[in-house]
Design a binder for this molecule. Sequence first.
Ligand SMILES: Cc1cc2nc3c(=O)[nH]c(=O)nc-3n(C[C@H](O)[C@H](O)[C@H](O)COP(=O)(O)OP(=O)(O)OC[C@H]3O[C@@H](n4cnc5c(N)ncnc54)[C@H](O)[C@@H]3O)c2cc1C
Ligand code: SF4
Length: 490
Amino acid sequence: MGKPTGFMEIARRTSTELPPEERIANFNEFHLPLHKDEQQAQGARCMDCGVPFCQSGMMLGGMASGCPLNNLIPEWNDLVYQGQWDLAVKRLIATNRYPEFTSRVCPALCEAACTCGMTTGDAVTVKENERAIVEYGYENGVIHAVPPPARTGKTVAVVGAGPAGLSVADLLNKRGHKVTLYERDDRVGGLLMYGIPNMKLEKWVIDRRVDILKEEGIEFVTGCNVGVDITAEELAARYDAVVLCCGAKQARDLTVPGREADGVYFAVDYLTSVTRSLLDSGLTDGKAVSAVGKNVLVIGGGDTGNDCVGTAIRQGCQSVIQLEMMPCPPVERTPGNEWPEWPRVLKTDYGQQEAIARFGSDPRVYQTTVKEFYKNEAGQLCGARIAKLESQLVDGRRAMVPTGEEYDIPCELALIAAGFTGCEPYVAEAFGVEMTSRGNVADDHYATNQPKVFVCGDMRRGQSLVVWALREGRDTAAVVDESLMGYTNL
Ligand SMILES: Cc1cc2nc3c(=O)[nH]c(=O)nc-3n(C[C@H](O)[C@H](O)[C@H](O)COP(=O)(O)OP(=O)(O)OC[C@H]3O[C@@H](n4cnc5c(N)ncnc54)[C@H](O)[C@@H]3O)c2cc1C
Ligand code: SF4
């Protein structure tokens, strides 16, 4: 710790966000990073407190507390303060191979567990320090392709090029194995590419990294649906190991009358259509599901629902409502949800802020769900019946049940963001791997019941976070390496 009094003398400062009215005019990222000198001062706020919960990644209260990658946060905070940026890059990428992703989309479990934030809430700006370090690394050539010095002669197929697949592929390639990444979509990145909207993560950031991975020797095969375009048997015969990283994209559906109406979509299908059209044609090809001039109903009050709200507003919707089954969370931590646990408090995310600025009110309506979709004679969605809910004890357990109060709203576009029920089963069936009762692939420390076949990321743990996908990829690479070589140095 270079400056013992830093946390007392220097106030927390974060990047400037463009005001909602301005940023909704396009799909660009809207954070304006601090100047390098200001970021350096923020590094001085880290106390190197001796018990760095920020990097612990332990489970507390059913949620991770601290960084799941065990990033060496106090070390590189100090290096930022000292202005030793090259060294900071090296210490950052020692644990996190893709900080350009996490520093944009991670919810920053580290900051929720920062000792500075214990009483005042003014945690060290860990996430923005991370971003400043990685962008320095790119701008100054510290991050560049480093192909492995020697090859082992072993081959690995990774199925699915989301963050888990990219993570496992990178480390196995670094170790000298020949890695081929099979991806069903036309572009690499998984939900980083087609899920998380452009304003949270501009897609050139993924392409920039993929170019390095290609230069380092990883082969990418896009547009290849494993289990359909190439069989599991072919892959198993061709490679020494196969790692399944296909995500958990099976969306939870609604079984209400009118579900088949034209205008009801799953959130990820909607978000994908917008990003693909944006990248292919700058939104001029007419292939994006359109919210233009429509009353939009988002079902699901979580982060995916928020991404839909922000996207629909940028498209020019007439109005947007976001239904949430649960009651509104508290504004502050409650007893039983103490630091350093993840705070289960009300968060008004970027999309909701934009809805407030654009339409004058928070789009979230708590303790509600859809009871029915209405369609016109042409089969197009034209409205929905909303049911109010309340918390009751049912068979000794708390559940949200209808109060009987209902009302109708106009709506021409409905987006289902009600969570996910596990992985798409056809890949697991093709490989004959066992499943859990929760719809994920069963494993014993990342090994499936099939020889040579491994699994990681959302496909193993269910829909989660990018930072967990990266962590699982890292751990799995070591397991696969050991199975191939009899030992591992990963
Ligand atoms: C809308 C949305 C927003 C999110 N926002 C955030 C966020 O802001 N921050 C955060 O930390 N997390 C966020 N998440 C969660 C995060 O994106 C995921 O936890 C993470 O991407 C999981 O990584 P993964 O590699 O396991 O799976 P995925 O990212 O789902 O990647 C799986 C890949 O496998 C490919 N695939 C599937 N089947 C096959 C096959 N048969 N053959 C070949 N390829 C196949 C898919 O096309 C996909 O590219 C969000 C999720 C959603 C849905
Ligand atoms: S990866 Fe996430 S939790 Fe870890 S240091 Fe970065 S922002 Fe914090």
